[in-house]
Design a protein around this ligand. Structure first.
Ligand code: HEC
Length: 136
């Protein structure tokens, strides 16, 4: 290989690395924080409490699944928008059927919190265990 082509290759490699380092990261920020293994921020902890009250009887105490699907798995697949829609309108599918929650103000207003808790479960930030509320 000629020296000039080697130099060109080197220069383009350097340019690539430079772009990789300087490009901003657009990844969505996690909607929760977990500290000391099982301590959730206040909002996500609210989500856990709502989950326990309204969802756990079908989806398992920590979302691990029962008659309803494992939501820790689901939240790695479905979008936040689809989560919001499904909770609002319910879902009838191959697994079974879930009632709509649109008339339940607590659930409807807590969808963000529910999502945060379940996202923490989906990311494995918190396991199949009882979370605590982080002290500040
Ligand atoms: C009466 C039982 C029951 C309750 C209570 C229940 N669900 Fe469900 N849910 C189901 C079933 C069954 C499905 C699966 C429907 C299908 O696809 O066959 C489901 C599906 C879902 C899905 C879609 C999962 C996916 O992969 O598409 C989401 C999200 C969900 N539930 C969230 C919730 C939340 C949040 C609550 C509490 C507010 C809740 N569910 C309460 C039974 C229930």
């Amino acid at each position: 290989m000629k020296l000039t082509s080697k130099l060109i290759m080197l220069a383009s490699a350097a340019a690539l690395i430079f772009t990789a380092i300087t490009s901003p990261v657009y990844a969505e920020q996690a909607p929760y924080t977990v500290t000391n293994g099982n301590e959730l921020d206040a909002e996500s902890y609210k989500g856990f409490k709502l989950f326990r009250n309204w969802c756990a009887r079908c989806h398992g105490t920590y979302g691990q699944g029962m008659v309803g699907p494992n939501l820790a798995d689901s939240l790695n697949v479905i979008t936040k928008k689809s989560f919001f829609n499904t909770v609002k309108n319910g879902k009838a599918g191959t697994i079974g059927s879930m009632p709509p929650w649109k008339t339940n103000v607590k659930v409807m207003e807590g969808r963000d919190h529910l999502y945060s808790y379940l996202k923490a479960r989906a990311d494995g930030a918190i396991g199949v265990e009882k979370p605590k509320k982080a002290k500040k």
